[in-house]
Ligand binder design. Structure first.
Ligand SMILES: Cc1cc2nc3c(=O)[nH]c(=O)nc-3n(C[C@H](O)[C@H](O)[C@H](O)COP(=O)(O)O)c2cc1C
Ligand code: SF4
Length: 430
């Protein structure tokens, strides 16, 4: 494929050494060892049995939202988890199941204590007795285990933190799959009858937060809401970690404020050449053409009219000349293959969508000019099937997958027309 997208085979990022980092406020506070971390960041505040009150007020004033993809207000989850009758549980979700993402592993490796501080503060605030760090085996988890041992020597963690190993599977990072994984079952999403904050790990109220969310929380606790709001937009304050992938080079993790124009984010990541299109928000995200995509601010509000979202900050750059349909078909094939196949939309809908998208993508390359053209009803059938799949799964996997396809068909409409005519406008595979 021209302009091969990174990691479409779902292989884990083998070595963090290949990840380039452009730090901001979060990553520049990073220190791998505890002594440097405490000197740099100061002691943990809010530890005198104050309950949820003060931390929750600060997090609410800061406007912190989850960095795991859905951007849910963090203070609401803290409040809900603390309000349950039984002893709650707190979980740091560092599964990073999105194959093109490297930000959580990078954060965990370079600032493990910031993530663990956030987990500890959140756990203490909701009165939890148990906490978990859920992450894939790899260099980041080795460093996080070392950090946990350092904290144990100093008696820093009042709530005991256990490590649970996440399998390398796309849906394993979904929050109810996380619960199953920690309970020792297959890490597949549950039928969400009740939210994890109501009934989570072994039926107890459970707070599941992305590792980056917890690191931001640890800084907000120390530096305050006003500091957090100094950057970003009024509705979406603070910074976020993006993983920028472009063909031919390793992923770059960049910290940037919400609202940064997409083109500027790519420049920070060192994307130099011309851009054809961008997939923003990862495999569940939305495709944008370079124009006006690169001018759009990276924020939920600005991207919503484009059916796109910052998600967990994953960006895939497609160079001009690469076939967008081919890229979309490969990603959809991966997503269909990675589903838990527990619900109808994933069992039959995604595989069929992947097959038809594959047919449309290969049509432009395989059909000799003017012969063996694909069925002109293919795009209509894709749209119809997408509508049947949306909103019908136990988790958001089908919805996200269909968003990626829907925005691909819109962004690459010229490619669709060319493929239907038996040509590939992008010249892929010719
Ligand atoms: C298929 C799927 C995979 C997901 N994978 C991850 C993941 O790897 N890491 C993560 O933090 N959240 C992941 N999420 C989102 C989680 O379900 C959950 O919303 C998140 O961990 C909550 O943390 P936050 O409030 O800090 O964002 C995934 C969601 C879906 C639907
Ligand atoms: S929607 Fe798909 S991925 Fe989600 S629980 Fe159902 S089968 Fe699994």
């Amino acid at each position: 494929m021209t302009g091969t997208l990174a990691h479409t085979d779902g292989a884990p990022l083998g070595s963090l050494a290949s990840v380039r980092v452009v730090p901001g406020r979060l990553l520049s506070a990073a220190a791998a060892d505890l002594a440097t971390h405490l000197t740099r960041s100061g002691p943990l505040p809010y530890r005198e049995g104050t309950g949820t009150g003060p931390l929750l007020a600060e997090v609410e004033a800061a406007g912190l939202t989850g960095r795991g993809g859905a951007a849910f207000p963090t203070w609401r989850k803290l409040l809900a988890a603390a309000g349950g009758g039984q002893r709650p549980v707190a979980i740091a979700n560092a599964a990073e199941s999105e194959p093109a993402s490297a930000k959580d592993a990078t954060l965990l490796a370079s600032a493990p204590h910031l993530v663990l501080d956030g987990l500890q503060l959140a756990a203490e605030a909701i009165n939890a007795r148990e906490a978990y760090l859920y992450a894939k085996e790899g260099p980041a988890l080795i460093l996080a285990r070392r950090a946990l041992a350092e904290r144990r020597v100093l008696g820093l963690d009042r709530v005991r933190v256990r490590v649970a190993v996440a399998p390398n599977r796309f849906v394993a990072g979904e929050e109810t799959a996380v619960l199953n994984g920690i309970e020792g079952r297959d890490a597949l999403p549950r039928d969400k009858v009740r939210l994890p904050v109501e009934s989570g790990l072994h039926g107890r109220p459970t707070l599941v937060h992305n590792a980056e969310t917890l690191a931001h929380l640890a800084l907000i606790a120390r530096r305050g809401a006003r500091w957090f709001r100094e950057v970003g937009t009024a509705r979406e304050p603070g910074t976020f970690l993006a993983t920028v992938n472009q063909p031919g080079s390793g992923p770059v993790v960049v910290e940037a404020p919400y609202g940064i124009p997409l083109g500027e984010l790519l420049s920070l990541a060192g994307v130099a050449g011309p851009v054809g299109a961008v997939l923003l928000g990862g495999y569940h995200g939305g495709w944008l053409p370079a124009e006006p995509g690169l001018r759009l601010p990276v924020s939920r509000a600005a991207l919503a009219p484009w059916d796109a979202t910052p998600g967990a900050g994953v960006v895939l750059v497609l160079p001009p000349g690469a076939c967008g349909l081919d890229a979309a078909a490969r990603i959809l094939g991966y997503l269909a293959e990675q589903s838990a196949r527990q619900c109808g939309p994933c069992l039959s809908g995604l595989p069929r969508l992947a097959q038809l998208t594959g047919e449309l993508a290969t049509a432009g390359r395989l059909a000799p000019a003017g012969t063996g053209r694909p069925d002109p009803r293919l795009p209509g059938e894709l749209t119809r099937l997408s509508g049947l799949v949306s909103g019908r799964g136990a988790c958001h996997h089908p919805d996200g997958s269909v968003r990626m396809l829907r925005t691909a068909l819109r962004t690459f409409d010229a490619d669709v027309a060319a493929h239907l005519a038996g040509r590939c406008a992008a010249g892929a595979g010719q």
